[in-house]
Design a protein around this ligand. Structure first.
Ligand SMILES: *Cc1c(COP(=O)(O)O)cnc(C)c1O
Length: 405
């Protein structure tokens, strides 16, 4: 019997009842703008910031309109200017180079390893050759590089780090929340991330001046005293005259939906990881299929799953993905020549120049990717793994592994 999976790869869980209740309450009184608060009231957005600072252990947090906005705001807050070079991973998604381009800055992509993390040797080389002083580090698909080695390299080279934690909200490196190594950590609350308000973003930092600037930038007018996870007013006094307002605030409705989800995030992380482990076990020892090795110092969030078919040619992979799709398993392939939906590649961002990354090309040519929404049961994951295993076994004519460089 040919097994077929019938679930949906894009169906997220419903908003928790507590979030629905809070959202209805807000709509009843109508104070949706974050600074539209009653006497003595903090407002859901300020409360979310307080909750998120406590969750990550950061001194300060700021809620904004999207993850992409968070990254652009973080770069502006530390003074990135038009024409500056900003290092980032060769394997990431479009909002990352887009945030760099939004400042008129220029992305410099760094090679990715077979484990889908930034290549630290290539990073060292490109720091030297580009002269860039900023790294927008993308923890793409939740894979954390050796953060100790990365921070050591960057601090020795005088490179400031901003972390894109769109896929690592809830993850940790040793005992430190992901997003707490760099001067800013940036998160997304878009529907396909770890907490869902449709759109939204968060920033964390311990840097007084940088966070005061970020809050001014986000469009706080002169109402920064209505924040509850912000630097003290005297820090704002120093920056408020020369920091433009580039509105990108979060509203109270989204914050109200997010707070109960944040309170439950650690339980969700356990649920994702249980699904990830079922997938990993189910795909152990499949000839020609390589699993991604994760650093034991990380606590990951398995909200998506990747594997490599390093020996298969493009035609075999297309065929394999089509057969999986016929059996209900939606895989995204990063080797396709034309960008599809969310899956675009550094060479599809032509505004960013024409860099060639031979190692990244080789890795992406064999990379398959899928979502693991929490609406999947453990049995669903076992079934998906059986289908992938079965179809990978049908790849009969593998091409030799492409050579590096
Ligand atoms: C989703 C995502 C972001 C932020 O996206 P927004 O849609 O702007 O919230 C940033 N980086 C990566 C890798 C992402 O997947």
């Amino acid at each position: 019997m040919t097994e077929v999976f019938e679930g949906s790869f894009t169906q997220q869980e419903p908003i928790p009842e507590a979030g629905i209740e809070a959202a209805i309450g807000l709509m009843r009184h109508g104070r949706l703008h974050r600074y539209n608060v009653a006497e003595g009231e903090l407002g859901e957005t300020a409360l979310l910031e307080q909750d998120f600072a406590a969750y990550t252990g950061a001194s300060y947090a700021l809620a904004v309109a999207s993850g992409g906005y968070a990254m652009g705001c973080a770069m502006r807050a530390i003074g990135v200017k038009a024409g500056d070079r900003v290092l980032s991973n060769g394997f990431t998604l479009a909002p990352v180079p887009g945030a760099i381009a939004s400042l008129g800055a220029v992305p410099v992509f760094v090679e990715v390893t077979d484990n889908l993390t930034i290549d630290l040797h290539d990073l060292a080389t490109r720091i030297e050759t580009s002269g860039a002083k900023i790294l927008l580090l993308s923890h793409m698909r939740g894979h954390l590089c050796d953060m100790d080695a990365l921070m050591d390299l960057c601090s020795r080279a005088g490179v400031q780090v901003i972390e894109d934690c769109a896929h690592t909200m809830g993850a940790r490196w040793r005992d430190t929340a992901s997003g707490r190594h760099g001067v800013f950590g940036c998160y997304s609350c878009q529907t396909y991330k770890h907490i869902n308000s449709g759109e939204g973003g968060l920033l964390v930092s311990d840097d007084d001046t940088a966070m005061a600037r970020a809050i001014m930038l986000s469009g706080s007018y002169m109402l920064y005293e209505r924040h509850a996870a912000a630097p003290s007013p005297d820090v704002f006094e120093q920056v408020k005259w020369d920091t433009p307002n580039i509105s990108g605030r979060m509203d109270n409705l989204r914050a109200a939906i997010l707070r109960p989800q944040l309170a439950n995030l650690d339980a969700q992380v356990e649920a994702w990881n249980a699904r990830y482990e079922v997938m990993e076990r189910g795909l152990q020892d499949v000839p020609g299929l390589r699993l991604i090795q994760r650093n034991p110092n990380g606590r990951f969030v398995g909200s998506s799953f990747q594997f490599l078919l390093p020996n298969a040619g493009a035609a075999e992979i297309e065929h394999f993905a089509a057969r999986c799709a016929d059996r209900g398993v939606e895989l995204k392939w990063f080797g396709a020549e034309t960008p599809r939906a969310f899956t675009s590649r550094y060479d599809s961002w032509r505004y960013a120049g024409t860099q060639r990354l031979a190692q990244t090309d080789r890795v992406l040519a064999g990379l398959l990717d899928m979502r693991l929404p929490l609406t999947f049961s453990l049995d669903d994951c076992a079934l998906i793994a059986r289908i992938i295993r079965d179809e990978a076994g049908q790849i009969t004519n593998p091409q030799p592994v492409a050579k590096l460089g």
